[in-house]
Design a binder for this molecule. Structure first.
Ligand code: PLP
Length: 443
């Protein structure tokens, strides 16, 4: 068993926060409700799903009340308006990540986006159209992931390997919760077809050094898929600077609705991929003998899309742009520094992941000696503090660090120091409740 070593973050304290927490909280209706007999809701589970500001809720309601129709179909005014709103949201989201509009494909979520790529790659081998076979994955090929991937960026690649006879390889983790790149040049080699890696770990908080990974992958002719589910909501992400071939993320983790996500792909790559789901909207010509398909992004958007959700995601992006992603990142960095310092000052608490703020986001997983993470979560819930407990859909990570599960707090734009203080007080209360309080913890 290897475990990360806790040590206090240097000189964190309460730096001034870049975002006006009180003003932002007023934008989120759910934050004015109470939980557990009148306690203030301290929502520290944005990493699982974020709360939604009023502007996002209004955008969805306005769509259904005033413009509801299926986009890209129908000759009537509502259909025209729905198409306009849907495509305007695509343009805004493209701008947000520095992409061309036709490179932005709407999916249900990150999971759906990754499966779309995985199935396109395995379908490529048998595609009738020769131009769709360029990135085909088959026997003898290799797919590379890392040991810190969310199941969404692991299981689809395991399944792809089972379908095609390809081999799955992975980069391991260091004791302090970072990617171990020692073997990068052997793990990513001439047989590698694709490297799938998260930009920010949902469980460790680690921000990965993508530049080195992208450079190595491209040097051997492999594609790179970046899982941005935990990065796009929390830091500026520009696809040109990223240099990858795919970026995937979920609307519901970035103040947007559930049911909508994004698959960004470099146009040249998307254009060379066969579709995954087929049916209406994605076809060019259909005859009984066979069909031809639209270019991207429509090729990957079969059926009537989740239009209101896309419009809602456009509003979420507008909200984040108004705050400024640099400010969002700096805000979370300040909170993370303070939280790491406060949590690691509690005897018996061990942070699983980088113990300081270097290349690290605001997902803090920890264990408390003598108390199961589910029990920690229960006591925190009694105090109105919502956190996540368990393996966080990244089972190999908890296994790597020799723990059954962790308690995880995640921050966002409405998080303030009072939320972190409530978390810390809740952890101390759990120690008292279970009678495992070290002397210093109650001092
Ligand atoms: N990747 C990461 C890093 C995540 O944190 C998550 C969700 O927590 C996912 C992928 C899957 O996202 P979704 O469930 O929205 O598809």
């Amino acid at each position: 068993m290897t475990q990360t070593v806790s040590r206090p973050a240097a000189g964190a304290r309460k730096q001034p926060l870049p975002l006006d927490v009180e003003a932002i909280r007023a934008d989120f209706p759910i934050l004015s409700r109470t939980v557990r007999d009148g306690k203030r809701l301290v929502y520290l589970d944005s990493g699982a799903t974020s709360q939604k500001p009023r502007s996002v809720l209004d955008a969805e309601r306005d769509f259904y009340e005033n413009h509801n129709a299926a986009p890209h179909r129908g000759a009537h005014q509502l259909a025209e308006e729905a198409t306009g709103l849907y495509e305007a949201a695509r343009a805004r989201i493209a701008e947000f990540i520095g992409a061309a509009v036709e490179e932005v494909v709407f999916t249900r979520n990150t999971t759906d986006a990754i499966n779309t790529v995985a199935y396109a790659l395995s379908n490529a081998a048998t595609a009738k159209e020769p131009s769709f076979r360029r990135y085909a994955v088959g026997q003898g090929d290799e797919i590379v992931v890392t040991q810190m991937e969310h199941h969404a960026n692991l299981v689809p690649w395991q399944q792809l390997c089972e379908r095609t006879g390809a081999t799955l390889r992975w980069l391991g983790l260091t004791d302090d919760g970072r990617l171990d790149l020692t073997d990068l040049d052997t793990v990513v080699n001439e047989r590698t077809k694709l490297v799938a890696v998260t930009q920010q770990s949902n469980i460790l908080g680690t921000i990965n050094p993508l530049e080195a990974i992208v450079a190595r992958a491209h040097a051997v002719g492999a594609l790179v898929l970046v899982d941005g589910a935990q990065s796009v909501p929390h830091q500026p992400v520009d696809v040109a600077a990223l240099g990858a071939d795919f970026l995937v993320f979920s609307g519901h983790k970035m103040l947007g609705p559930t049911g909508v996500g994004v698959l960004w792909g470099r146009y040249e790559v998307l254009d060379a991929l066969p579709p995954f789901l087929t049916g209406g909207s994605m076809i060019e010509v259909v005859r009984m003998e066979g069909s031809t398909f639209m270019p991207p992004p429509q090729r990957f958007e079969a059926g009537v899309p989740m239009t209101a959700q896309v419009v809602g995601l456009g509003a979420a992006v507008e909200y984040l742009q108004a705050l400024g992603m640099e400010n969002v990142q700096a805000h979370e960095e300040a909170l993370t520094a303070y939280a790491l310092e406060q949590l690691q000052a509690i005897p018996g608490v061990t942070v699983i992941g980088p113990p300081d703020t270097v290349a690290r986001g605001g997902a803090i997983s920890f264990t408390v000696d003598g108390i199961h993470p589910h029990d920690v979560g229960q006591v925190l819930d009694d105090h109105g503090v919502a956190v996540r407990v368990g393996h966080h859909c990244a089972w190999p990570v908890v296994r790597r660090y020799g723990v059954p599960a962790t308690t995880r707090a995640t921050f966002y734009v409405h998080t303030g120091y009072d939320d972190v203080d409530a978390l810390v007080e809740g952890v101390r209360a759990a120690q008292r409740f279970f009678g495992v309080t070290p002397e210093e913890a109650t001092a």
